[in-house]
Design a protein around this ligand. Structure first.
Ligand SMILES: *[C@@H]1O[C@H](CO)[C@@H](O)[C@H](O)[C@H]1NC(C)=O
Ligand SMILES: *[C@@H]1O[C@H](CO)[C@@H](O)[C@H](O)[C@H]1NC(C)=O
Ligand SMILES: *[C@@H]1O[C@H](CO)[C@@H](O)[C@H](O)[C@H]1NC(C)=O
Ligand SMILES: *[C@@H]1O[C@H](CO)[C@@H](O)[C@H](O)[C@H]1NC(C)=O
Ligand SMILES: *[C@@H]1O[C@H](CO)[C@@H](O)[C@H](O)[C@H]1NC(C)=O
Ligand SMILES: *[C@@H]1O[C@H](CO)[C@@H](O)[C@H](O)[C@H]1NC(C)=O
Length: 315
């Protein structure tokens, strides 16, 4: 029953009720690789601009209404990335978060973008005691057989609600546009779902198609075997912002682990970024002090003043 206590305490932070949490061991190497304190390296804004900016801009669009995305008239989020042709959009902003598939001719790429969730929504899913680790759907991911991969059941349920339509849309989009790249992106709950979408697409497409997975505010989505599956397969780049608590949950103590690929924004300057080698690097969000939790950091700004929330959309 440690899990609900930990997660509940997190939701109540920062209050005096957070104190019991601090007396609990924060890390566990019983199911993971052990402490990772590998040295971080600085990452420049210019590098982020050339590697993560487009994914961030396209994710920001996913928060807007389907109508405004299809017409690409969602205001600043749409205006910052022009020449995009939307091929499919879906979700209901409820049980099925909004997503879209688009053709980005400038990048010769397809884009699959998943809407994020606000702090209250992601914590309510993470706090649901019914939702622990369950086996990854082996019929969806045939390559995963025999690896004892487990994922968060709430994330997998959300993923499964759109997986068939998404995969069909991506295969059709690859055929109709002839591009050889797919970018999968998302924020928060959408980031967790995007890791499954990316792994699914990677397994389904011809090996000549490059699949990249770039997400923001990613919670831990599965066990050590899931983190390893992502690392050896599609590969993830995920950006974490300062004292956002979401990337630190569910805790390692409950058997959840991050893949490699974290880029961490260290402070509020939007100019101090570090690359964090290995999984669950304690020099980055995994090592965040629970005294310094800042929920606002979940939405951003991450860099270039990019924040993930609906308020910026013109509907
Ligand atoms: C786990 O942590 C303990 C105590 O810090 C350490 O002695 C042990 O070597 C670690 N195990 C692994 C696999 O890293
Ligand atoms: C990473 O963490 C370790 C242990 O806390 C520390 O000794 C080391 O200086 C840190 N490295 C960087 C680059 O932050
Ligand atoms: C990064 O991109 C932003 C937005 O386009 C721009 O304002 C900024 O000057 C760029 N910075 C660097 C160092 O490339
Ligand atoms: C598992 O994946 C298959 C598609 O391969 C799908 O038809 C099925 O509904 C999924 N199972 C669950 C429990 O989501
Ligand atoms: C939390 O982060 C936001 C920006 O993300 C910042 O404006 C605010 O000052 C921070 N709060 C604290 C207590 O540091
Ligand atoms: C950053 O974005 C916010 C809205 O999200 C806006 O109010 C602010 O003026 C922007 N700052 C800069 C420097 O562009």
């Amino acid at each position: 029953m440690l899990g609900p206590i930990l997660l509940l305490s997190l939701q109540l932070l920062p209050t005096a009720l957070s104190l019991p949490l601090l007396s609990l061991p924060r890390y566990s190497n019983s199911t993971g690789r052990g402490d990772n304190t590998a040295a971080t390296t600085p990452v420049s804004l210019a590098t982020l601009n050339s590697t993560l900016l487009r994914a961030a801009q396209l994710t920001r669009v996913a928060f807007c209404s389907s109508e405004s995305i299809i017409a690409w008239t969602c205001g600043v989020p749409c205006d910052s990335v022009m020449d995009i042709t939307v091929l499919q959009s879906g979700g209901n902003d409820g049980t099925v978060p909004l997503y879209y598939i688009a053709h980005d001719p400038d990048e010769k790429s397809l884009v699959v973008a998943h809407e994020g969730s606000n702090f209250a929504k992601i914590t309510s899913i993470l706090n649901d005691v019914e939702l622990g680790l369950v086996p990854l759907n082996a019929s969806r991911f045939p390559q995963s057989a025999g690896q004892n991969i487990k994922v968060h059941s709430g994330f997998q349920q959300t993923f499964e609600r759109t997986a068939d339509k998404l995969l069909a849309g991506v295969m059709a989009g690859l055929a109709s546009t002839g591009v050889k790249k797919v970018l999968v992106t998302g924020h928060s709950l959408g980031a967790a779902v995007a890791t499954m979408t990316g792994a699914m697409i990677k397994d389904a497409v011809d090996p000549s198609v490059a699949v990249s997975l770039i997400v923001f505010g990613l919670p831990r989505g599965g066990n050590q075997a899931w983190a390893d599956f992502l690392d050896s397969g599609v590969g993830v780049t995920y950006m974490t912002n300062q004292n956002d608590p979401v990337p630190t949950v569910p805790p390692e103590l409950l058997g959840f682990h991050h893949p490699t690929g974290e880029i961490h924004s260290v402070d509020a300057t939007q100019s101090n970024f570090i690359a964090c080698p290995g999984q669950d690097n304690e020099n980055c969000s995994t090592g965040n002090s629970l005294l310094a939790v800042n929920e606002t950091n979940h939405d951003g700004p991450y860099f270039d003043n990019i924040t993930f929330r609906r308020g910026q959309c013109v509907q």
